[in-house]
Design a protein around this ligand. Structure first.
Ligand SMILES: Cc1cc2nc3c(=O)[nH]c(=O)nc-3n(C[C@H](O)[C@H](O)[C@H](O)COP(=O)(O)O)c2cc1C
Length: 221
């Protein structure tokens, strides 16, 4: 055997081993990749199942309640629209001594609302009820009220003071002729002493309740 022939034989053998091992390594990395892909796919399925499950859980336990006070029939329309949109329950705040239209006449000196406005001690309004059935089952509570002199109409105060909002998301909303929410939400939050109070929204008394539906739907996403 010539020297040249020996070298070419050795080179051939080296290349054959290299190719073979390359092939094996290639096929094993290919199969490792397939396994990896399989694991990834099954993890993705598992995650989807888990997220569907947790969504289902949220829907089952995450009930919403719409609490409202309405003295002159505007806020109630928005409360009902929001409740319908969210498939939520409602609770109406009713003073024991309801307000007549004379009581509500803020243009008249000495009217009930004027007296209560001028003397804060008169704003401790007794309510028909402040206890909501299955209160603990609600994760989210909307609270709606008219704006009176820039703040929440005070018949709402005792409802907020009497209930424990810990662990709940609380979303105030209001109706008014022209004033904004002002600090109405923050003041109520102070009375509640608990809960995660969101900023909330004010609607003009006669605006289309579809706007309230849209707003509530956007918050629920
Ligand atoms: C005693 C009283 C005070 C009010 N104060 C304000 C006010 O400060 N700013 C405003 O824009 N509207 C004010 N309004 C108008 C109401 O906020 C508005 O009409 C509201 O939509 C009434 O809601 P309701 O019909 O659910 O009671 C007042 C109304 C009353 C009766």
């Amino acid at each position: 055997m010539t020297k040249k022939r020996i070298i070419s034989l050795v080179l051939g053998a080296v290349m054959a081993v290299g190719l073979l091992s390359g092939c094996v390594a290639g096929s094993s990395s290919k199969s490792a990749k397939t396994e990896e892909q399989k694991t990834e796919a099954s993890t993705a399925v598992q995650q989807t199942e888990e997220s569907t499950e947790s969504k289902k859980d949220t829907n089952e336990s995450g009930k919403t309640l719409v609490v409202y006070y309405s003295a002159q029939g505007h806020t109630v329309n928005f409360a009902e629209a929001i409740a319908e949109e969210l498939n939520a329950d409602t609770f109406e705040i009713t003073p024991v001594d309801t307000y007549s239209s004379e009581d509500l006449d803020w243009t008249k000196d000495g009217s009930r609302v004027n007296k209560e406005h001028d003397d804060e001690s008169l704003r401790d309004i007794a309510l028909e009820a402040t206890t909501v059935e299955n209160w603990d089952s609600y994760d989210t509570v909307y609270i709606g009220y008219p704006i009176w002199w820039g703040i929440a109409a005070w018949p709402v105060d005792n409802f907020v003071k009497d209930n424990d909002f810990t662990g709940k998301t609380v979303i105030p909303f209001a109706t008014s002729s022209s004033s904004g929410m002002g600090e109405s939400g923050e003041i109520l939050e102070g009375y509640a002493g608990g809960g995660n109070w969101l900023e909330g929204k004010r609607f003009q008394s006669n605006e289309d309740v579809a706007n309230a539906r849209e707003w509530a739907a956007s918050l629920a996403q």
